[in-house]
Write a protein that binds this ligand. Structure first.
Ligand code: 4G0
Length: 237
């Protein structure tokens, strides 16, 4: 999969050279290309921002450098999705991540200040995405969140045990049960006995119950759409 990123802060993407994503890129499972928007500016001093028409606080990113950068890295017809990271976008969920992970290419546009000139969005953007209902100083961190979430669903990016874990063995829309590893006692706290005894049916039942309990406590909204048996619906809904 190819992912192009357009940004005025290309150095912010250094984390993508490390860890799982770094390895996926080294193994050519992922082709991430970061493009600096600033060299495309035709203003003096390569400025990329200006004041908003109609007044108001803050600055906006200019249309011209962004449009020229998009045309340079993503000539039409574009084979994938051109995405603007924005607090007014569609909320990023695991379902949307899954759909995006099946695209051959993504272009991620990162805005700064109060955002970008709307005409770029209207002409060149397929989809606006938000990683959550909060504002950060630029689209770069949201873009990295999206890249990481998408990349880990691509074939070969995670270890083989993890890859199966995601959807098939996944808790069907419930939160995860608690996990424990060695030692058996840590600062006086014991690992639950059921996990030590090796009765796999009891372990599965305990984990299911824990998932249901924590979901009911923290995210009752998820219970409504989770994959529950009739008996579970009776108890937990
Ligand atoms: C566009 C995305 C981009 C408009 C980007 C800010 C949060 C997210 C930006 C603004 C971002 C998110 C109107 C301040 C850059 N912050 N939730 N910051 N405004 O995905």
């Amino acid at each position: 999969m190819r992912i192009d990123v357009l940004t005025i802060f290309p150095d912010m993407f250094a984390p993508l050279e490390h860890s799982i994503i770094g390895r996926a890129r080294a193994n050519e499972l992922l082709d991430v290309r970061i493009t600096d928007i600033r060299p495309f500016s035709k203003r003096k001093h390569k400025n990329t921002d200006d004041y908003p028409y109609g007044g108001g606080a803050g600055m906006l990113m200019l249309a011209q450098p962004i449009a020229d950068a998009i045309r340079a890295v993503a000539p039409e017809p574009y084979p994938g999705k051109r995405i603007y990271m924005s607090p007014r976008g569609q909320l990023l969920t695991q379902n949307l991540v899954r759909d995006l992970s099946r695209e051959p290419a993504l272009l991620l546009l990162c805005g700064h200040y109060e955002g970008i000139d709307q005409r770029v969005v209207d002409r060149y953007i397929d989809l606006e995405i938000s990683i959550g209902d909060y504002v950060v100083t630029g689209g770069e961190l949201p873009a990295m969140v999206l890249i990481d979430a998408v990349a880990r669903l691509r074939e070969g990016v995670l270890g083989s045990d993890q890859s199966a874990a995601d959807e098939s063995h996944g808790a069907g829309g419930l939160l995860e049960y608690p996990h424990y590893t060695r030692p058996q006692v840590f600062e006086g706290m014991k690992v639950p006995d059921v996990l030590i005894n090796g009765d796999h049916a009891r372990i599965a039942a305990w984990r299911r119950e824990q998932s249901l309990r924590v979901t009911a406590e923290r995210r009752p909204d998820l219970l409504k759409t989770a994959d529950l048996t009739d008996k579970e619906r009776e108890i937990w809904l």
